[in-house]
Each structure stands twice: as C-alpha cells, then as structure tokens.
Design a protein around this ligand. Structure first.
Ligand code: LLP
Length: 436
C-alpha cells in the first residue's frame, strides 16, 4: 500500500520511516498513517472531476477517522467535510476547518447540535427526516436566519457490496423515501419555507462497494424524479450528492476500482442521463471516508502469549485487539498482516491472531501465514485507517493507542496514547454520605 516498502534493514518502512523506529519511539499498539497516500487519494478524486469538467465537492466523511491533524490534512488538500455529530463538528471547529465547507449529517440531530451548526454558519445541513426539517426551520426562524440544506433521499436501492437489492420502499432508518411521496413532501415543505434554502438532494447507498452499478441506478432514479419535480414545481437542484461507499482492498479477495474510476464512471452516466432528459448538469458532491484513509493506516502490535490447541490451531496474542479494531468482531472483517521487523522471511505456519480482551470473539485474523515468531516480533496489520481509531473503545479499560503520521521520512505524533489517568478521568467515587 502507498509508500510501504521493505528497507535496507529488512524492516517494513512507511512514509520513509522505519517502523522499528516508530515502535522504539512510540511503543505498541500504534496506528501509523501514510500521509502521502491520503493526499494521493484526495487529489485523484478531485482531478477526476476537473478532468470531466464537472463542478464538485469532495467531502471527507470524518466518521472514518476524525482528529484535528486529519482535518488539517483534509483542509490542506482542499476537501470539504462531512460531520455526523456535535463531537465531529466540534473537532472540525477545533481544527479551524473552514465552516462553509462543512456538511452536517445524521438521522437524529439534536436541537443543540443544530444550534451549533447555525451559530457557526456551516455550509449545509443534510436534512434526514420531517422532525428535523421542522426543528431546523423553527430554530432558523428564532435566529432569523436561513440555512442551506440538502434533503437525504432513500432511493430504494440497497447495496450489499456486490449485489444491489431494489425494493419498493427500502427499510432504512435514514432519509426520505423516494417511492412513497415522502421525498416530494419534504421538497414542497423546503421550497415553501423562508428559513431553509434547498441546495439539492443527497443519497448514500452503502459502504465498501466494488462497482458503480448501484451508484448509477440510484442517481438515475433520483434524476428521473427530479425531472418530474422540475415540471411540477419549476425547481431543479444545483447539487446532487451521491454519498460515499467506494471500496478498498483489505485482502486479496477484495477487488475495488481505483477512486478515479468510480468517479469517472458514475459522473459520465449522470451526465448522459441528465442530457437525455434535457436537464442541466448539477454540481456533484461525494463523501468518501474509507477510500481516503483506509489503506493509509497500519496498526503495529507486539506479539505476546501463544497457545497451541493440539491438532487444531495456534493462537498468537497481540497487545491490542477489539479495543483498537472492532471490525473483525463486529463485521467479520478480514485483514492481512506481516511481521514488520522481517516481512520477507518465509512462511512457516498458520497462526490465528487474538486480541487481549476478555472475550472469545476478540480475534483479529484467523489462519494468517507467518514465519515462526518470538516476543521480539512486531505484527503489522494493514488497512486499518478507516473505522479503526474512530470505533476504538476502552473495553477492559484498555487505553487507546496513539496515532502517528509519517511522510517524507518524518514522523509526527498526532494523537497521544491514552493513560490510565485518562481512563479514570470521569470517574467519581461513590460516597453514601455525600448528596450532590
Ligand atoms: N456518507 C454517508 C451518509 C455515510 O453514511 C457514510 C458511511 C459515508 C458517507 C462514508 O462511507 P465510506 O466512504 O467510508 O464507505 N463502521 C463501518 C462503516 C459504516 C459506514 C457508515 N456510513 C465499517 O467499519 O465498515
């Protein structure tokens, strides 16, 4: 992946930095991000739109990995930002991310969260449901302002990575249904309101998707409806946001397209369809998360205990697990790994990589081919950059690992390792004699 290579010491190197140096300086477990690869991904999305002459915004879906440094990088690369909670918005504000380029998602934004969005004059709110439309217009009326919005539409297409299910009415907690009149009703209410300005529509069909059929199907369904609405309401949106979901390669079984290929294929089809209906080409927005940061992340672990179950398998435990990467336990997600200190050594056995949490389900990788290991070995698990740190937790009161950015031979700590003090920071003693 990216700038990874085996250096002259026979070690895995990332961003020009020897991973053994990183382990020495920052300890394990450690998340390492290849900054150049993130930049390349961002540029490739943006250049593709430029090449096609289509106005666009590429918004980083910060749920994949949100931190001040990451948002600094997103800003530097000219990305917009998708946030889904007050916490993600707060991080963006702390990173001084340009507020006009922030889009606020979520199916249950609170009054406080919407007020935060209004107060900081963010770019737009992606309105998910009638409750929110009502709440937002009410708040904007109180504050005597007008908020730019997109309406999140559920197009009735569900992507299960490879196949797409077309349902009359998708059973989803998100968005206004296109089929049953909800989307049209929301459009009417938005157009009538003095307190929202309808920039356009949004849809997101799923995540870790390997081809473009589903995106194109969804876009076509929406554009057909926009065509009807144009005649009925003389309204045509200036923005069509097609969400995120572009797949990446976790293991050999995954065969994603290049980021630029997703954009190119989808946009060409959208252009063709709008032209065939004699409609203007809307500005296209996308919201990649995983495909910007997933492959750029590597987690380094120290190898600890092992257990041989005779005639069955060998378990090898590392100093992290489901607390820093819950995806295998939650989704049966697959990963590849190698020994960072000697990646070229010959495979001698198959081992299953266990985490250190008190739960049998805390397994990171089953049946991984490795050389025979010892306790000086460092395991590098690849492709952990998306939904790794962001879904990390303190189960078993394990402190979260730090995050290091590497680029051009330099390493920079961007999130500190949690301490045991951090773990008990919010705890208060229980004293039956004190009522407060
Ligand atoms: N836009 C919207 C509205 C979304 O809901 C999501 C992801 C994205 C963009 C970014 O999707 P991406 O490009 O990263 O696929 N925790 C799961 C993934 C959940 C995705 C939720 N929504 C995982 O670890 O696989």
């Amino acid at each position: 992946y990216g700038t990874q290579k085996v250096n002259e010491n026979g070690h895995l190197q990332i961003g020009g930095v020897d991973t053994m140096e990183l382990v020495k300086n920052y300890g394990t477990p450690l998340y390492v991000y290849d900054v150049q690869l993130i930049r390349e991904r961002a540029r490739s999305f943006k250049h593709t739109f430029e090449k096609l002459g289509v106005r666009s915004q590429v918004a980083y879906a910060s749920k994949a990995f949100s931190s001040i440094a990451m948002l600094n990088l997103a800003e530097e690369e000219g990305l917009s930002l998708d946030v889904v909670s007050g916490g993600e918005l707060y991080t963006a504000l702390a990173a001084q991310f340009p507020t006009k380029k922030i889009h606020f998602h979520g199916n249950n934004k609170s009054r406080e969260e919407l007020l935060m969005a209004i107060e900081h004059k963010i770019g737009c709110v992606v309105v998910d449901n009638f409750y929110e439309l009502d709440l937002l217009t009410g708040l904007c009326s109180e504050k005597d302002c007008k908020m730019d919005i997109l309406l999140r539409i559920t197009p009735g297409i569900e992507a299960h990575t490879h196949d797409y299910i077309l349902t009359g009415q998708e059973d989803s907690k998100f968005g206004f249904d296109l089929q049953n009149g909800q989307a049209e009703e929301a459009l009417k209410l938005s157009l009538e309101s003095d307190h929202v300005n309808l920039l356009g529509v949004h849809c997101h069909i799923g995540s870790q998707i390997f081809e473009t059929t589903g995106f194109v199907l969804a876009a076509h369904k929406i554009i057909d409806k926009l065509h009807d609405w144009e005649k009925k309401y003389s309204y045509f949106p200036s923005v069509l946001n097609l969400g995120g979901g572009f797949g990446i390669r976790y293991t050999e079984e995954d065969v994603p397209l290049a980021p630029s290929d997703y954009v190119e294929k989808i946009v060409i089809e959208v252009k063709r369809h709008t032209e065939s209906l004699d409609l203007p080409m809307p500005e296209i927005w996308i919201e990649p998360g995983r495909s910007l940061v997933g492959e750029a992340g590597t987690t380094l672990y120290s190898i600890g205990s092992s257990k041989q179950v005779p005639d069955v398998r060998k378990y090898l435990a590392v100093d992290g697990g489901m607390s820093d990467n819950i995806r295998p336990a939650l989704y049966e997600a697959k990963y590849e790994a190698a020994l960072a200190n000697r990646p070229n050594d010959a495979v001698e056995e198959y081992v299953s990589i266990a985490g250190k949490c008190c739960e049998s389900g805390d397994m990171l990788i089953w049946d991984l081919p490795l050389p025979k290991t010892n306790n000086d070995d460092i395991l590098a698990v690849f492709c952990t950059g998306a939904y790794g740190y962001s879904m990390s937790n303190n189960y078993n009161r394990i402190p979260r690992p730090p995050v290091v950015f590497v680029e051009n031979g330099e390493a920079q700590l961007v999130i500190r390792r949690e301490t045991y003090e951090d773990i008990i920071r919010h705890d208060l003693p229980y004293n039956v004699n004190v009522q407060s």
